[in-house]
Design a binder for this molecule. Sequence first.
Ligand code: HQG
Length: 179
Amino acid sequence: MAEVVRISKSLSYWLRHRPDAAGLTLDPQGWADLDSVLAALSAERLPGDIETLLAVVESNDKQRFELTPDLTRIRARQGHSIAVELALAPATPPPALYHGTVERFFSAIMAEGLRKMARHHVHLSPDQRTAERVGARRGAPVILEIDAAAMAEAGHAFFVTENNVWLTETVPAAFLRRL
Ligand code: HQG
């Protein structure tokens, strides 16, 4: 695996799920001390210099990480399984959003709606192509269209991350349509 991908995967694992695995502590908003993260990368025999880390953060395909302006702290933008307060602002969603999944989850999803599973929110994509990529992580993608306008009208809150992932608590099956 390319070094950049190994660094990105280590950062995702530590900053979203297991900071303790690298001896890190996150503050309530999910920030870790940058020098400690660099030291943890070195301990994994990965490059522990700030230039490489900045290049990984900037080139990351989904802009998964962000740094404070003074470059002293780093956090994952979303996808945590541990408790963090990301202070996301509620936003009005586009009329339709998309979710990529696979056939084996389809009947459960239509029975109980989309659930957040191990994450803090259900993750939704702004377009079908992105949803296809998300679904394809698990097999042949099945794409669901979400009637986000009707959900918002019914009082469901939506949040959007800086990298354009739409988040909500749950999507009842009544708002789902298979494409
Ligand atoms: C499924 C990646 C049964 C759901 C991606 C999904 C995305 C149900 C899986 C981001 C269900 C959860 C999120 C129900 C949902 N019964 N299965 N009621 N409700 N599911 O990984 O949306 O690389 O937590 O369809 O690219 O796949 O991490 O969510 O298949 O943007 O940055 O349960 O994660 O981004 O899986 O992916 P996940 P997801 P990163």
